[in-house]
Design a protein. Sequence first.
Length: 234
Amino acid sequence: MSHVETSPNAAAAPERRDTVPPGTVLIAVLALLTAIPPLATDMYLPGFPAMATELGTSASNIQLTLTTFLIGLALGQLVIGPLSDNWGRRRPLIVGSAVCLVAGIAAALAPNIEFLIGARFVQGFAGAAGVVLARAIISDRASGSAAARLFGVMMIIGGVAPVIAPLVGGAVVDSIGWRGVFWIISALTALMLIAAVCFVQESLPQNSRRAGGLREMLDGIGSVVRNRRYLATR
């Protein structure tokens, strides 16, 4: 009986995937969402020596600002992704972008290294919304070859942004200092927030959402880890 009851839910997925694929404007917005975290990761690297001098701290403490950002980025994807399956994509994206903007401004104004480390963690955690939800929106709106092409675009952006970020960051640090890098990242984040509010519509219908969140995700991971056939192919 339980198998029969789940069949309507299974039929809901194709209906959701038959929606219109993302247009040019939405693709550009999703590309910006994907690019912000790599830029925030690598763009300020040339400013490390100046940061250590101005904040009166060691190089290892400055490197912690990068480590905590990456930890926040990883944890954010684990949390925001499952939450968006329950709440939808648009609301977590807007909230995450707003928090990321505030954290970026806090990083630009950081009076000491401890404050900067905390701001960077929050920036990474909130910025993860752009990474995980851009891909989720593509999955909601497209399928097959169209989805493959869009994911390819996101992968290219994710690969190019870390390459150009230090080059741009070096020029910015030389001209307006390391705090200027965080102001530029904050400006891009503000643009991301405005674009999300204006151009990103909810892509996950109410009848396609599912509860469970983190617990469901952990149960899924557990079932995969216990799958001998999966482990044998790794």
